[in-house]
Each structure stands twice: as C-alpha cells, then as structure tokens.
Design a protein around this ligand. Structure first.
Ligand code: BG6
Length: 468
C-alpha cells in the first residue's frame, strides 16, 4: 500500500533501538519502494555528530547492501538537547513541509514530556503530527498516568502511537485473521470447549548491556505488562465489530478490566549454567531480587472465559527462543474407543517465533492394521513451507508499525486507557509478591525455568508445553 511523502524525526537517533530496529526497518521499506520521493528521516540526539557521521553509523548498523547510498541520502542529523534549547532552531531549519510528519521518541520515558513540549513550542507539530513513543511506557500506574498527561498536554489521543512491537508481529495479527476470518474456531473459543490457554515467550538472551534498566524492571514489567498482556488480550477478546482502532482497542480494554489478580505467580532468576554467567553477575548486583522469569495463572472473569485459566510464562536464558500461544481444547466428552481418550486433545498452537506458523493438532487413527489406535498429528501451516519464498517477504514488526504510523492507522498501537489498565493489574500482582517478600527461585541458565513453574501447573493437573 503506497504511503504519502513523510518526514520522520527520530529522537534518540544514535541509540540502540534506532540503530538496531528503526533505521534498518526504514531501509527495508525503502528497498520495497515504500519511501516515496521526498520522504526523509531526520535523526536527532545529544551525540555530537553531523549528517555524514550519522549516515556512517546507520550504514554500519545495516551492513553492506546494494542501493544503500540512495537511502542514506534521505537521512539528516541534528545535535540537540532534549531538555534545553540547544539545537532546536537547527532542527526546525532541517525540516520541510511534508504531507505527513511523525516524531519518534526513541528515548527514556523521562524525556517524553520535555520533548513533547519542545516539539510543539518549536513549531514542529500541528494537529496532524503523529507522535510515536517506545516502551517502557512508565514503571507503574502512577508514572504511566503522568506520561499520558504530559503527552495529552500537547497532543490528542489520535495523534499518539504507543508501540508494543509484539502487535506488529505477523503471527500476532494472524491470530485475529484465524479467529475472525474462519467459522471453525470462534464457536469453540470459550470456556465450554477450551480447557486452558498457554502463552509462552521464551528467550535465550540474558540482560547484558541493559543491566540498569532491567534490574529496576524485571520480567513482570519488561514483558508481562506489555507483550504477554497484549497476546492475552488478542486471544481472549470478543469479536470487534470492525477491524478498526477504536473497536479493537475497546475489546482489548474489556479483557484487561476483566482480569482477576493472578491466583498463582512464580518468579525465577537465572543462575549460572551452560557456560553462561548468573544474572546477578550480569548486572553486577549480588543481592538483586529482580526476576528474569515469571509464570502465572491469569483468569478472565467474564462469561466467555470463567473457569478457563490463561497460563503465562516468560523468561530469559531459557533453553530455546520460542514463543507461542497454545489453545488447548477439552477432552471429548466420551471416548467410543475406550482407550486413552483423554491423552488426545486438539491443540491450536500459534508459533510467533522463530518459524512463524500454526499447527492444529488433530487425533486420527494410527495408520496400519494394528486395530483402532489413536495418534495425534498436526495440520501444519508453517509459513516458510506453506508460503514458500513469499515467507521471506514478511515484514518485521517495526517495518509494519512505522508504516502504520505514516498511514495514520492506530489499530496496532496501545491506547492510553489500555496501558493504564494493564499497569493497574501489573501493579497489583507486583504488590502481591513484594508483600510476600520471597526471593525469586534460581534456575540454571539454559534450562526451562524454575521448578516452581512446573509445580504451579501440577497443582492444576496440567503440564507446560515443551519449550522447543
Ligand atoms: C523487549 C524487551 O520489549 O522485547 C526485551 O524489553 C526483550 O527484554 C524483547 O528481549 C523481546 O522481543 P523479541 O521481538 O525479540 O521477542
């Protein structure tokens, strides 16, 4: 879909996210022909650099590629002070009069308010300008409210694009297509037919390089409040009347508001293992009680879901990088075969990464003359196999989200009230474990997490799916 010529101002242009995600995403969109004549990117940061210096930095981040120079020509850089006045007139002078202007706050949340004020004061924003803000959107409900208020003082809600990059992932959107584009699933998508749902975001990486941020956040704030919460919302929400920002976000908000405080919550922290250092050594804080793993049982208290637990699990330094949403259906009410019927369940497993795709596990007869034996096999829709070379074309989350900003489509961005509701629930859960005062259970790096997570499932007579 073509977009209008745009001007994107990236604050925090020399930072990690800009170099690793935002600029490479823009490059790929450029290569795909989605940066029309006249579209430009202006980087701004405190680092003393000129345009050439920033172009070199970006080129290095992207790596050698044919046609890169033409992309780099679209870039300009201005050194600027987010909390003072230095550099702002220069930034103004570097800007044109584009059809669409977006400003991207790829900076710490403490800078959102001063940036928003200055962007307005220096004539870089009008009623059409779009503001993109990165996570973390606050540290708790109070700070998220303050950020919302600071942004609302300068912009209206329909100008604000709060990023949760999980919403830009292909399979996450595919979940909506599967739920609402097929007749097959929706009638069964409720407590009557679904035994439980498991949402796992397992990572192999540790926290090296982000110690300061992470040690104050922990997995609950870093992953559960945003990414896992969004996955839960899309899985649990009622069908919106239309695939439109207002309708989709209303339905997600209802899910968050229907969430009960977690009945069980297990925290873990990675220790040394498989040649990897322990978390406390990675962050240089021997006494740190920050969790790098969380498993919890969430319940959505409404008619559709009452009695169907949502088990969420996320952690760093686990055995594999693997994220999935698995909908585990109930046993058939009666087995006409008499044999091990309960062992066979339909599972719809939506794999977010790696190997995006979906598997629907079905029970069939084991082929052969051995009598009536049952066998579970997947209907496999791994993207790479089903779509062939087209799977290569799947855009990265940032590519999609940045282009949605330019198009003015807020569907895949979080609304202010949604973020606040998610924090309210998260704060209550954190208050719960802080009051209990227990330290997280240490698990070896490279394992599947702490034993406590398994005990939690065992209590419910269920098992986690394998992390693979
Ligand atoms: C970020 C978290 O939001 O998401 C990181 O701050 C985490 O801690 C990352 O590693 C995971 O993203 P992805 O796309 O690699 O699954």
């Amino acid at each position: 879909i073509p977009v209008e010529p745009f001007e994107l101002i990236v604050f925090g242009a020399t930072g990690d996210l800009a170099r690793k995600k935002i600029l490479p995403a823009l490059w790929r969109r450029f290569r795909a022909g989605q940066m029309p004549e006249g579209a430009r990117v202006i980087g701004a940061a405190r680092t003393e650099l000129d345009t050439d210096g920033w172009r070199r930095m970006v080129a290095e981040a992207i790596g050698p590629a044919e046609g890169l120079d033409a992309f780099l020509e679209r870039l300009a850089y201005v050194t600027l002070d987010a909390t003072g006045e230095a550099g702002w007139p220069e930034l103004r002078a570097a800007c044109g009069a584009p059809e669409v202007r977006a400003v991207y706050f790829s900076v710490a949340p403490a800078l959102f308010a001063p940036l928003a004020e200055r962007v307005r004061a220096h004539g870089l924003a009008d009623g059409e300008t779009r503001v993109v803000v990165e996570k973390p959107f606050g540290h708790d409900l109070a700070s998220a409210r303050a950020l919302n208020a600071a942004l609302a003082a300068q912009f209206s809600e329909d100008q604000i694009y709060r990023i949760d990059h999980y919403l830009g992932k292909e399979t996450v959107q595919n979940l909506m297509a599967v739920r609402f584009g097929n007749m097959l699933f929706e009638p069964l998508w409720n407590a009557q037919y679904v035994d439980h749902i498991q949402i796992t975001v397992a990572e192999q990486v540790g926290v090296a390089g982000r110690a300061e941020y992470y040690d104050h956040a922990g997995a609950m704030r870093d992953m559960v409040q945003n990414h896992l919460m969004q996955l839960l919302c899309l899985t649990a929400m009622e069908p919106p009347a239309r695939f439109e920002p207002g309708a989709v976000r209303d339905e997600k908000l209802k899910v968050i508001r229907a969430l009960e405080p977690p009945r069980w919550l297990v925290r873990g922290q990675y220790g040394a293992g498989q040649g990897q250092a322990a978390y406390v050594d990675d962050v240089g804080a021997p006494a740190s009680g920050t969790e790098t793993f969380v498993a919890l049982r969430a319940e959505v208290g409404n008619w559709r879901w009452v009695g169907t637990p949502f088990y969420l699990r996320t952690g760093k330094r686990l055995s594999a990088r693997s994220s999935e949403i698995a909908v585990v259906f109930k046993d058939t009410p009666h087995s006409i075969f008499g044999i091990d019927a309960g062992a066979h369940r339909n599972i719809l497993a939506i794999q977010l990464q790696p190997n995006e795709g979906m598997k629907l596990w079905m029970t069939i007869k084991e082929p052969g003359p051995g009598g009536m034996r049952l066998l579970d096999v997947p209907l496999d829709m791994t993207f790479a196999e089903t779509l062939g070379p087209e799977a290569e074309l799947i855009a990265d989350a940032y590519e999609r989200l940045i282009m949605d900003v330019i198009r003015g489509n807020q569907t895949l961005f979080m609304r202010g009230d949604e973020v606040e509701a998610a924090w309210a629930w998260t704060d209550a859960a954190i208050a719960g474990f802080e009051a209990a005062g227990e330290r997280p259970e240490v698990y070896p790096a490279g394992s599947d997490g702490p034993r406590g997570a398994e005990r939690m499932m065992a209590r419910d007579q269920r098992l986690w799916r394998e992390i693979a």
